[in-house]
Write a protein that binds this ligand. Structure first.
Ligand SMILES: Nc1ncnc2c1ncn2[C@@H]1O[C@H](COP(=O)(O)OP(=O)(O)OP(=O)(O)O)[C@@H](O)[C@H]1O
Ligand SMILES: [Mg+2]
Length: 232
């Protein structure tokens, strides 16, 4: 595929973005109403309630804009030969505390002596972090037997380094399976903006890699990322 085809394929629909922002603005208008009311009545609780709504809306728009920039920019890659395992250990280290708090085991199963990959380490870090965060989110809050396994291996043709992110969460319902990579598709309500997988897929594709998943409802999901292996 031509580079231009690829960029066209992931271009953002303006109406989708407008719709999302419109909803956020609507929510913030509600917050302003409470602030107004609270100020008129000298009621600090009502004012604070409105203030919190405004703050949250502001955060969501800020994160939207940040994500949109990394999503829509032509994104020149800063390529370097990297060992994928060390990036994975960095990520697991970063999220270890929050996983412990959620009683979720993070299990690395890395293969030693993998060939390096030619990647933009920051971008691949973001892409894999998105997948691991999703895996953690997929595990119900009250469970104590949840795990996220991160495996690396060389594929059979020895031309790709493969990273598998496997969770034992709820799985992806059939009717959602063809939507999860869509921009703004999320089943997480206020906690998700549905940007993660769109950005992740774009990053992987810019590296001439591949991403796919396998899922079983009630058993869990595996995402597989393949990145071209580079001769040492
Ligand atoms: N490992 C998984 N298990 C079950 N469902 C998943 C998994 N990964 C993704 N999904 C589904 O795909 C949807 C889209 O994921 P995506 O990362 O794009 O958005 P999000 O996580 O909802 O929000 P954001 O990443 O922007 O904070 C999720 O809302 C969820 O329904
Ligand atoms: Mg996500």
């Amino acid at each position: 595929k031509l580079e231009s085809d690829r960029l066209a394929a992931i271009s953002i629909s303006l109406s989708e973005v407008a719709h999302y922002i419109k909803n956020l603005l609507q929510g913030m208008k509600g917050g302003m109403y409470f602030i107004d009311l609270g100020l008129k009545r000298g009621d600090l609780d009502t004012t604070r309630k409105g203030w919190e709504v405004l703050q949250k809306g502001n955060r969501k728009i800020a994160s939207l804009v940040e994500n949109m920039l990394s999503y829509s920019r032509e994104m020149p890659l800063n390529l370097d030969k990297q060992n994928i395992n060390s990036i994975i250990y960095d990520i697991l280290h970063q999220i270890d505390d929050s996983a412990v708090e959620r009683k979720i085991a993070l299990i690395p199963e890395t293969t030693r002596d993998l060939p390096p990959v030619l990647i933009d380490a920051d971008r691949i870090y973001d892409a894999l972090l998105n997948l691991i965060t999703n895996a953690i989110d997929a595990i119900a809050e009250d469970r104590t037997d949840g795990y996220v396994l991160v495996r690396t291996r060389l594929d059979e043709t020895k031309s790709f380094v493969e990273i598998e992110i496997k969770d034992n969460g709820g799985g992806i319902p059939v009717d959602a399976q063809n939507k999860i990579f869509n921009l703004f598709f999320s089943t997480k309500g206020a906690r998700g903006s549905g940007i993660g997988l769109s950005v992740t897929r774009k990053i992987i594709e810019l590296h001439k890699g591949k991403i796919r998943f396998e899922t079983t409802l009630g058993e869990g999901t595996s995402f597989f990322v393949q990145l071209p292996a580079k001769a040492e």
